[in-house]
Write a protein that binds this ligand. Sequence first.
Ligand code: F6P
Length: 362
Amino acid sequence: MKTKKIGIMTTGGDCSGLNTVIQRAMDGCALRKWNLIGILDGTDGLYSSPAKTIELNYKDFQFANSHLAGSILSNGHSCATNFESSAKVGKLSVFNNRLKKSLHDLDLDALILVGGNGSLSLAHTYREIYSGLSLVCIPKTIDMDIPKTEKTIGFDTAVQQLVSYCDQLLLTARSHHRWFIVQTMGRDCGQLALHAGVAIASDAILIPEIKFNVDNLVKHIKASKRDYGIMLVSEGITIRGHSGKPADMISRKLTAANIPNRTAFPEHIQRAGDTVASDRILAAGFVDCALSAIENNETFVMTSLENGEYKTVALDEFFASGKFQKDPNIPGAITSNAYVEPDNILLKIATDMGIYIGETKK
Ligand code: F6P
């Protein structure tokens, strides 16, 4: 059998678990005697001429470091030429053609694209870039907003990061008899706040998917048996008539109701942290699934975990299963998103724990 040449790249925002994916891919390719090359800086590296690549070898990439956050391949400069910046100057087709040419010049049999819902939606929309090779995507994001998979690389570690952060805050909250309003990431999806909130038994969890009432939140906090605690507020929530950071808006409301409080913003720490075991297992499962898909000549698929089973799902199916949103930066492009659905079991569990999660019906 001919030796295959596989490329791997990490795109979009980073998260913990990317290096584990790369390391598992190195092992899996070595076992199959396939060559694996890393594409640096995501699509930025493909846009460069020649494409920026590295040989992934055991000398340079220490196995002992594969649990560290970030990506040894990097995800790209925020000011680089990319889909968004090219679309802005009307040169999207030039950009797409450059990516296509680079992939052709690299003579890859397959590309493993480790990306979020933005990258996957773009791959689905501009599929001609990847014609002539087998495209297998691995879903990663701390937002967990990718349709057709129950888990994404980096999510569990991000939840753990928030849990550790809040555990520390709670100690100082107790010393000063006050409440902390912690603003989580997640864009317009509440999964991260919901999971972390249930894990730490926070007093309230406000997420974009569920309407909330500030007066009821205040009543809930005042009825608490404690005079300190944590509230988690997802960055995507809005309050009519208010602008600015959601945690600051809630803080002002609580201050007006004489509830002593402080805000806290863990920000990109949520994308850091040593990769937790469940993310490492997920990385192993997704890579195993991706390499099998390449062996079976599958293309335009993403790896998925559903009901405990690792499998591939067509990008068409991923795309069609989500809720559509216009990409604000690329005219005509659409992103497919997943959200916290009303039947999410954690909503019931949170309510049963006495957590205020908004105005849901029991
Ligand atoms: O999509 C991942 C994410 O971390 C979001 O949760 C957050 O809103 C955003 O990326 C932050 O992006 P940036 O790295 O550009 O600040």
